[in-house]
Ligand binder design. Structure first.
Ligand SMILES: O=C(O)CCC(=O)C1=CC=C[C@@H](O)[C@@H]1C(=O)O
Ligand SMILES: [Mg+2]
Length: 313
């Protein structure tokens, strides 16, 4: 099969810069991939790197695309190096679309991303009114006393509506005692008599502190989800082999080859939460198809991010 290869770089500005413990993120850059077979059928894919999570950089992905000939083969697509996980995802997704006919985007329950900091207190109702029942709030960017105070207010306000839950994401910005403090409060909220729950605390400690996160898991009820620690297939396997049996946040667009992800996901029996990297609808479609295929739990997917960009919903 001869496959025509084309690619175009894009950049999309956030409505408001995304503030996390990693810093401020103002513009999402990526690459749209177009594959065309000899019959003229087209498959679209997206390369959406997140280098501070461990994927290649946009520059490295562009260098790779520029190094490819205008005509590529299936063999080339499935032999992209592990050092280019976003490229593996982008080209393989485009090839899968070229081969398949299923254009449907799966309808999955989504988690909405709250503004960071105190703005969450005035932002959560708009997301609930848009239909989200699970919200995510990034922490570890203001003082712990402020954020714990805002959490208590958020919890009491959200508890007034049946069935809402909140995810907390520290992006590795807490130390062990801060993680312990956060989980103490989460446990107290989760043992309360309302339906409101803290679903999990995401990546409380840094990627080199798995032992600490295993210890925090032992001492608390509220689950911990690894994200930056399991950003690529290699890291997923490493954390599993070192004893992690908690939640794995899977960002399909940077994890690597979907074919390899399927194999690993099934062989390890992962409890996964599928999450966006703020890709466009092209990358989201391929990611959501993987989520629908692999996710066994009823956990919401983390793709409620489109309102973060200008001129999307
Ligand atoms: O997972 C979600 O609910 C939304 C996506 C999301 O939170 C993130 C996407 C990309 C980088 C990070 O800022 C952040 C995360 O840490 O999960
Ligand atoms: Mg995260």
């Amino acid at each position: 099969m001869t496959i025509k290869f084309n690619f175009n770089k894009y950049s999309r500005k956030f409505k408001q810069p995304l503030k996390t413990h990693h810093g401020l993120w103002e513009v999402r850059e990526g690459i749209i991939i177009e594959l065309m077979d000899e019959r003229g059928k087209v498959g679209w894919g997206e390369i959406a790197p997140l280098s501070w999570f461990g994927s290649e950089t946009v520059r490295e992905a562009m260098d790779f695309c520029e190094s490819l000939p205008g005509i590529i083969t299936e063999n080339l697509i499935f032999s992209i190096p592990m050092s280019l996980p976003a490229c593996q995802f982008g080209l393989e997704s485009a090839f899968t679309e070229l081969q398949g006919n299923d254009k449907e985007i799966p309808k999955l329950e989504n988690s909405g991303l709250l503004p960071t900091g105190k703005a969450a207190l005035s932002g959560w109702e708009d997301l609930v009114n848009r239909g989200y029942k699970t919200l995510k709030w990034k922490i570890g960017v203001d003082s712990i006393d402020n954020e714990l105070n805002w959490l208590q207010i958020l919890a009491s306000q959200m508890s007034e509506i049946q069935g809402l839950s909140l995810r907390l994401d520290a992006n590795g910005g807490l130390n062990f005692s801060e993680g312990d403090r956060w989980l103490d409060i989460c446990d107290r909220i989760n043992l309360g008599d309302t339906s409101f729950k803290i679903e999990f605390l995401e990546q409380p400690l840094g990627v080199n502190e798995l032992e600490g996160m295993l210890a925090l898991t032992k001492g608390h009820l509220t689950p911990i989800a690894l994200d930056e620690s399991v950003a690529t297939l290699t890291q997923i396997n490493q954390c599993y082999q070192q004893g992690w049996r908690g939640i794995f946040v899977i960002k399909p667009a940077i994890v690597g080859s979907p074919k390899q992800l399927r194999k690993l996901y099934h062989s390890l029996g992962i409890d996964g939460v599928f999450s966006s990297v703020f890709e466009t609808e092209i990358g989201q479609k391929a990611s959501l198809k993987l989520a629908a295929e692999l996710c066994q739990s009823n956990r919401a997917v983390g793709f409620g991010i489109n309102h973060w960009f200008v001129d999307t919903d």
